[in-house]
Design a protein. Structure first.
Length: 201
């Protein structure tokens, strides 16, 4: 039996484009190139494009009050096939945990519904900012995320504490996480590639 931890936004769901569309509405004088295939180039892209703190607050207010934002995100390329495979792994006895730092109106329920629509039966969704604490507590063996700081923290702790996830930490490769990666982190194009490398396909 495998214990797999999977980040959602940036790994399965296209949060960046959805949030950028809201920002383009909030601050129309700032054009955020959602249509650019290399968007976003940096992690803190609202700052990069000149979005002010007040505009960012207004955008997040819309997200937090929405009953559909998280439920309406587009899947990233390959995500539906990956979720289908994760569902099969769960049915065969693997523990699949979706770890996400989401906020807002019924965000957990919205996330569960999104995963169900994508093909995951009875998804286990954990709303958590400190993913490392969950990885420790649940003894996660395989983990993927797109946030550089999260991945590096997990890899560092895995090495220092000999956590079960050591050697099985994956970075969803994106333009905004190319610099500063640890050498012991495996870079993949998506969740399905991670599953393939782990022999779970």
């Amino acid at each position: 039996m495998h214990k797999v931890g999977i980040d959602i936004d940036g790994c399965l769901a296209d949060w960046n484009s959805a949030f950028a569309k809201i920002l383009n509405e909030v601050c129309p004088h700032v054009h955020i190139p959602v249509e650019n295939p290399y968007f976003p180039k940096v992690w803190a892209w609202p700052d990069y494009y000149g979005v002010t703190a007040n505009q960012l607050y207004e955008a997040w207010k819309r997200v937090k009050s929405s009953s559909m934002f998280w439920n309406a995100l587009d899947p990233l390329p390959g995500a539906v096939d990956a979720i289908s495979r994760l569902n099969q792994r769960a049915a065969s006895g693997d523990d699949i945990y979706f770890l996400t730092n989401r906020v807002g109106y019924k965000c957990k329920i919205q996330t569960e519904r999104w995963l169900e629509v994508m093909g995951m039966e009875y998804p286990t969704v954990l709303i958590i900012a400190d993913k490392l604490s969950v990885i420790r507590a649940l003894e996660i063996q395989i983990f993927i995320d797109d946030r550089l700081a999260t991945i590096n923290d997990v890899a560092r702790a895995a090495e220092d504490e000999s956590l079960p996830v050591q050697g099985h930490i994956y970075m969803k490769g994106c333009p905004y996480n190319r610099e500063g990666r640890r050498g012991d982190v495996k870079v993949v194009g998506g969740v399905m590639e991670m599953l393939m490398q782990e022999g779970l396909v």
